[in-house]
Design a binder for this molecule. Sequence first.
Ligand code: HEC
Length: 207
Amino acid sequence: MKTIKTLFVLLIIAVVGLGVYVYSGAYDIGADVPHTRFVDWLVSALRDRSIAAHARDIRVPDLNDPKMILEGAGQYAAMCSTCHLAPGYDQSETWEGLYPRPPKLYQGTSLTPAEIFWVIKHGIKLSGMPAWGASHEDDELWAITAFVMQLPKLSPQQYKDIVARAPMDTDMTMMPMPRGESPVPHHADGNAVPAESPARVGHGPQP
Ligand code: HEC
C-alpha cells in the first residue's frame, strides 16, 4: 500500500514538473535546433505507429501504369520537389530550413505504397508535410504515389525527361493565389503554359 502511495506522489510530481516545464517556455521549438532525444523518440514513435495503423486497410491499385506514372511526375515536380528534392536536384532553401528535413524520396523510403499514399493524403503534423487530400482527388494522389515508387530508379537525365513530357499541374498549388484563380498562365485550351523547367519554378530545388 505504501509503495503505491509513493508511486502516486512521484507521478503527481512528474506531471506537475512537466506542466511547469512546458509553461516556462524553456523548450526550444525553433526549427534550427534539434529536438531533445526524448521528444525525438516520442514524435518519431507517434508518427511511425500512426502511419502504419492508419494505412493498414488501404487497397493499393496497380501502380505500374505508365500513364499514371507520367501524370505523377508532373505533380511531383510541381508540388513535392521543393521539399523532397529529386535526382540531379540536391538542395533547396526550403529543404535546408525544414525540421525534420524532408526525406530525399529519390533515395527510397521504407514506407509501403499504402503508407506513402496515406502520408501524401493526410500530411504529417509538426513537420511541414502538407495534407494534399485537402486539394486533390485520390486518383491524383495515387499517380503521385506511383511516381514516388519509380523515383529511386531514375537518373537525373531520366527525371528531367519524364518531367518535361508530363502534363503540367494546372493548379501550381505551391504558389499563393487569390481565391478561385490559378497562378500559372494558361493557354485558351485550359492547359498551363509550360515553364522553362517545372522543377525550377519558385523556390524549386537547384542542381
Ligand atoms: C513544405 C515541404 C513539403 C512538401 C511541399 C511536401 N513534403 Fe512530404 N514531407 C515533408 C517533411 C518535412 C516530411 C518529414 C515528416 C516527418 O518525418 O515527420 C515529409 C514526409 C513525407 C513522406 C514520408 C517519407 C518517409 O520515408 O517517412 C512522404 C512519402 C512524403 N513526404 C511525400 C510527399 C509528396 C509526394 C509530396 C508532394 C505531393 C510532398 N511530400 C510534399 C515536407 C514536405
